[in-house]
Each structure stands twice: as C-alpha cells, then as structure tokens.
Design a protein around this ligand. Structure first.
Ligand code: NAD
Length: 508
C-alpha cells in the first residue's frame, strides 16, 4: 500500500481539528482498523472517553458563539478553500477510502469528488440562505422570515460512505453558521482522521475558532452520547434502521432535532418497453457496485413477464464477466465486503433464500485462496424470489439481487412499494405513460425515483434521502440546508397604532 497521506506510526488521537487534542492518553483504549482488501492492520486509533467528549462539546459550544458571527459568504470562502484541499489530496484520500473501506479505487475517488462537489455547492449556498417576506394583514406592518445558525451539529456516519456523508452535512452546516462534531463509523476511523488533517491547514490559516470541526471516535456508545446530549442541536445520523430508531427515540425524548438517513431496499422495474442495453449495465452496477453496500444498491429487479427470460440470460452473461479482487487493482469490478460479520450475514441470507425455495440464477459463494486472504470476498449472486419473503423484505448489506416477475405496471409498482424502506427506485421504459405513472403520486413511494437510470449514484445537487424506515431526512442539495438552521418569523410595526391580528378588539 503506497502513496497514502503520511500515515501516523503512533495511535492517532481524536479531538478538535486544529491541533489541540483532548485526550487522556493514560486511559487510552484503541480501535484497530483492518483493511478488508488484504486483512492488514492499517492503524490503531484512540477511542474518545466520555471526558474527552465533554471537553470537545464545550469547545464546540464556545466556537459556535464566534463562528455564527462570521458572515455567511466568508464562511463559504473557508469551505471553498477546503474544497481546494480535497482537490489536492483526491488521489491519496480516495486510495485510503478504497483501502480502509474496500470499495473500488474508482468509487473511492468518486467519493472524494462528492466532497469537492458539495464544497462548491455550499460556497454558492452561502450567498443564498434566503428568507421570505410576507404581506401583513395589519396596516403599517411588515412580516418576514429569516434563518439563523442552529448550534452544534452531531454527525454520526456509516462505514460505507466513510467521508462523503460527513461532507454533505458538515459543508452545509458550516456555511449555515453551525459547528460540527463528527462521530465516524468505528469500522473506518482512519479516513475520518485524514479528512480532519486535510482541512486543518485551512482552519489554522483562517484563524477559525478551535472547535468548529471536531472528531469523536468510538462505536455505538459515542453515538449515544450525541443522541442524548441536549447541547447537540441537531443529530444527523446515517446508518441502519436499527440505529436510526434508537437515535430518533433518544433525540425525541429531549425534543431535539434529528436528520435520519437509513437503510434502503431499492428496486428497478424493467418494463417490456425498456431499452435493455441501458437497463442491464445499470442493474449490474447497482447490484454489485461497492459489493452491494450502498444504501442505494439495487436489491430487487421487478421484470415484466414477457421479457423475464431474456433479462435473466443477459444478467447471467453479464455476471459471468465480473472480476472479483483487490479494490485497489482497477482490473477488478468487485471488491470485498467490509468485514467477516457481513460475510456471515450474506451467508445467512443465502441459506434463508434456499430454505424459502428461491432458485439461484447466479450462484453465491465465499472466496478463499490467493488474493482473498482477508476472508471478505463474496460472489455477487442473483436469486429468483418472492417479494413477500422476509429475506427480500429486509436489507442485507451484500451483493445479493432478487429477481421478481410482474404482469401489469400497477402490480410492479405495488411490489416496488411493498417493503418497509423507501429510499431509491427506478423504472426502465421508453413508454412515456409508464414513466409518468411511475413518478405520479400513485407511483413510487421513495425519496428518489429515476427513469432510465439505476437506483445508485446520486448527484449532490438534489435532496438525498428516503421515506418510511429510511427515516425521512434530506441531505445535500435542493433546500436541504434548511435542516441546519432555525427559522424565525418577524413582524415589525412601523405605524402609530397597535392593531391585533384577526381584528381582535382590546381597549384599555
Ligand atoms: P450502523 O447502523 O451499524 O452504524 C452507523 C453509525 O451509527 C456508526 O457510526 C455506529 O457507531 C453508530 N451507531 C450504532 N448504533 C448506534 C446507536 N444506538 N446510537 C447512536 N449511534 C449508533 O450502520 P453501518 O453498518 O455502518 O452502515 C450500513 C447502513 O447504513 C445500511 O443500513 C445503509 O443502508 C445505511 N446507510 C444509509 C444511507 C442513507 O443516506 N440513507 C447512507 C449510507 C448508509
């Protein structure tokens, strides 16, 4: 493994980003980061204690008092400089993402590109934190609505997008005047530390107050500190539905704000009017990209019965060409899954599919031998199944694709919607009526609904997120910035009388 950022030889310490580290080294516990690519230990990262956490929150609160006074376009300029830093280190950080998380190098580079894109977006947004003006019903009164910074934002992120999800939240939160405490996945702590290091110079060179960007390491417990802490104005949590339910409950019990980005169970409807030359590559990338570990991975395809056999044989041919191996070697299409626990979940799902009577169109398997020493490489597989089976209804975070059949479009949409999750969906059809039916209020119930492109690979310009058990949150583009600010309605009387709203009479 070469040409990574200068990697630390000592355990790395979390804390705030500009050099002052809050750490009680004598009580240190560490988490070991292993690469699923080759099973090697990459780094040993210190875990934050509760005392470290409290000091980080206090520093963040003090930083917020100053940062919210910095004009938004000036905050945007600092985010612009961060974008430049990520451009500079794109190759190195993308390689580290690929090595620590296991996604292909192309996808690792793509993830860093997402950071760069959201930086650019946030810079523009910093001059567009628009409020509204309304006409008052009272004479000589003016009404308006404005947006103020919210406070300390806690960001809990998942392993599968170890850096991009943080940036979607942090870059917008910063231009909105908030400060951030990031709790990355315990499976990918090193990429988080690398991000802090990359932006450290920008923060220092601009005299940004210590505590605008903070990092807390740890697992579930550290996430719970954020969820339960009334000092955290917004908890933005990305991960499993199980985690999201726990966070939602903890935050709601203190009447805090949460933004939830949880699991998906994404389907592609393949109509008899589809251009299969578009559909097949989109299905294959959606199902096997990131070894099936994207929240938007394609998990189900719902195929019109008249083309079902044709789609099946084309997919079989396409899967036969897939090359599995090291994510850093660009000649391979599919890398490893994150860890052995995920391999076990893959195997459990495969067993369940067989018990239910499912038939494999492309056989599953766990790879061993030369190049697969980490034990984390599995074969992407396709199973013929029924939508109602429990294994199909839940998200297995691995490259397993279910093939389902439909007769009418209504039936296809019913199957597509009939799962607990509601993240991403798409239809392949050249028939305009079908496409519009899919996008109509009676069509897909997901946060993302696409036509003639797959379920995965969102651009940062749109609002990203989903309905039902996906959590309802929206991040990234469109007006997602509003989640990071507080709304204030103002009514100003510039007249000489005191009329009451609704014409209520009150005389002294
Ligand atoms: P996970 O739920 O195991 O962990 C996610 C994060 O939550 C980690 O940082 C973890 O330490 C923390 N955490 C776990 N339990 C917690 C608790 N009770 N309270 C507070 N924090 C807690 O998820 P994962 O395995 O890292 O990621 C895979 C999941 O994430 C999949 O379900 C995937 O669909 C989802 N995901 C969703 C999106 C989205 O935008 N909708 C994006 C990426 C991943």
């Amino acid at each position: 493994m070469q040409s990574i950022l200068p990697l630390p030889t000592q355990p790395v310490k979390p804390g705030t980003s500009t050099g002052q580290v809050f750490w009680q080294a004598d009580k240190a516990k560490t988490v070991d980061s292993y690469s699923p690519a080759d099973g090697q230990l990459i780094a040993r990262v210190h875990l934050s204690t509760r005392a470290d956490y409290d000091r980080v929150v206090e520093t963040a609160q003090a930083a917020f008092a100053e940062w919210r006074l910095v004009p938004a376009p000036r905050r945007g300029e600092i985010v612009r400089q961060m974008g430049e830093q990520f451009r500079r280190y794109k190759r190195e950080l993308g390689t580290l993402v690929s090595y620590e998380m296991g996604k292909s190098l192309q996808e690792g580079l793509g993830e860093v590109q997402e950071i760069i894109d959201i930086c650019d977006f946030a810079v523009g947004q910093s001059r567009q934190l628009y409020g509204l003006s309304m006409h008052s019903e009272r004479p000589a009164h003016r009404m308006l609505e404005q947006w103020h910074p919210l406070g300390v934002v806690g960001i809990i992120s998942a392993f599968n997008f170890p850096v991009a999800v943080w940036s979607w939240n942090a870059m917008l939160a910063w231009v909105c005047g908030d400060v951030c405490i990031w709790k990355p996945s315990e499976k990918t702590p090193l990429t988080a530390l690398a991000c802090q290091q990359i932006i450290g110079d920008v923060l220092r060179n601009n005299d940004v107050p210590e505590g605008v960007s903070c990092l807390v390491t740890g697992g579930r417990e550290a996430g719970e500190w954020l969820a339960r802490d009334p000092r955290i104005a917004l908890v933005s949590a990305t991960g499993s539905t199980r985690m999201g339910k726990a966070v939602a409950e903890a935050v709601a019990s203190r009447l805090g704000k949460s933004l939830l980005e949880l699991g998906g169970n994404n389907a592609i409807i393949v109509s008899e009017h589809a251009d299969l030359d578009l559909a097949i590559p989109a299905i294959v990338f959606g199902a096997v990209g990131t070894a099936g570990q994207r929240c938007t991975s394609t998990r189900r395809i719902i195929v019109q019965e008249s083309i079902y056999e044709d789609v099946k044989s084309r997919l079989k041919n396409a899967y036969a060409q897939l090359r599995i191996g090291s994510p850093l070697d660009e000649s391979f299409h599919v890398g490893p899954v994150i860890d052995m626990a995920t391999v076990a979940q893959y195997q459990a799902a495969v067993n369940e599919i067989r018990e239910q009577g499912g038939r494999f169109v492309v056989e599953p398997g766990i790879l061993d031998g030369l190049g697969f020493e980490s034990g984390c490489y599995v074969r992407p597989c396709i199973a013929e199944a029924e939508n109602s089976w429990p294994v199909v209804q839940r998200e297995t975070f691995a490259p397993i694709l279910y093939m389902l059949k439909y007769t009418t479009l209504e039936d296809a949409i019913r199957q597509q919607n009939n799962v607990p999750q509601g993240l991403s969906s798409s239809i392949f059809t050249l028939n305009m009526r079908e496409a519009e039916q899919f996008l109509a209020a009676t069509g897909s119930d997901c946060g993302i609904a696409n036509v003639n492109i797959g379920t995965s690979g969102a651009e940062i310009g749109g609002a990203f997120g989903g309905e039902k058990e996906t959590g309802g949150g929206r991040e990234s583009g469109s007006d997602a910035w509003k989640a990071y600010m507080r709304r204030q309605t103002n009514t100003i009387n510039y007249g000489t009388t005191m009329p009451l709203a609704q014409g209520i009479a009150f005389e002294l």
